[in-house]
Design a binder for this molecule. Structure first.
Ligand code: AMP
Length: 194
């Protein structure tokens, strides 16, 4: 069982890399952003709840988010682990994740920080806005998501660094080059931990 956390600012490439890792490692990507967007599209109660926060680039309240993640973990495809993309997004969520994983005899094994400089992030997000038309990829909302990332999520870097789990990856390279590094690190971890 292996649990990988993908850390990085919006636009760093967490989702892209998580999807490739999912295919290569055979453990599912759990993207809270994707789960929220799915619920939004299907107009579920959860989707309606999340909407006003997502539209502004704010974090959806923890009770809603945590319940959604907990439910996702009960699905059978998570038996061998998961690649967490977009969760945890705050130290409080990281504590919840620890408890959740303890309950399944697991732990956070690796945390990848995909490092990309701010101007490049904004450039990428504006480009994605044109290509995918995500409602939260407008310039104002993008800037707010960066602020929310700095305030709530960036503290997780020190949090996981202190635990010796953080691996920094230079994200300003090709998708393939970044992925090659991730795979190397996962293999190194597997050798070390059996
Ligand atoms: P993402 O696709 O990861 O950028 O997420 C899109 C939006 O979904 C975020 O701006 C938040 O509004 C919401 N969201 C995603 N993950 C979380 C989370 N772990 N906690 C709270 N809100 C989240």
């Amino acid at each position: 069982m292996m649990h990988i956390v993908m850390l990085g600012a919006p636009g760093a490439g967490k989702g892209t890399q998580a999807k490739i890792l999912e295919a290569k490692l055979g453990i599912p990507q759990i993207s809270t952003g994707d789960l929220f967007r799915y619920n939004l599209k299907n107009e579920t109660e959860l989707g309606l709840l999340a909407r006003s926060y997502m539209d502004k680039g704010e974090l959806v309240p923890d009770d809603v988010t945590v319940k959604m993640v907990r439910d996702r973990f009960t699905q059978s495809d998570c038996a061998d682990g998961a690649i967490l993309d977009g969760f945890p997004r705050s130290p409080a969520q990281a504590e919840v994740l620890d408890t959740l994983l303890e309950g399944r005899d697991g732990r956070v094994d690796i945390v990848f920080l995909i490092d990309v400089e701010q101007e490049e992030l904004i450039r990428r997000l504006l480009q994605r806005a044109e290509e995918q038309g995500r409602v939260d990829d407008t310039e104002d909302v993008i800037r707010n998501r960066m602020v929310v990332y700095q305030e709530n999520t960036a503290p997780l870097i020190a949090f996981y660094e202190d635990r010796g789990l953080l691996i920094r990856i230079d994200g300003e390279r090709s998708v393939e080059a970044v992925n090659a590094d991730l795979i190397t690190e996962v293999a190194r971890f597997a050798v070390k931990h059996g």
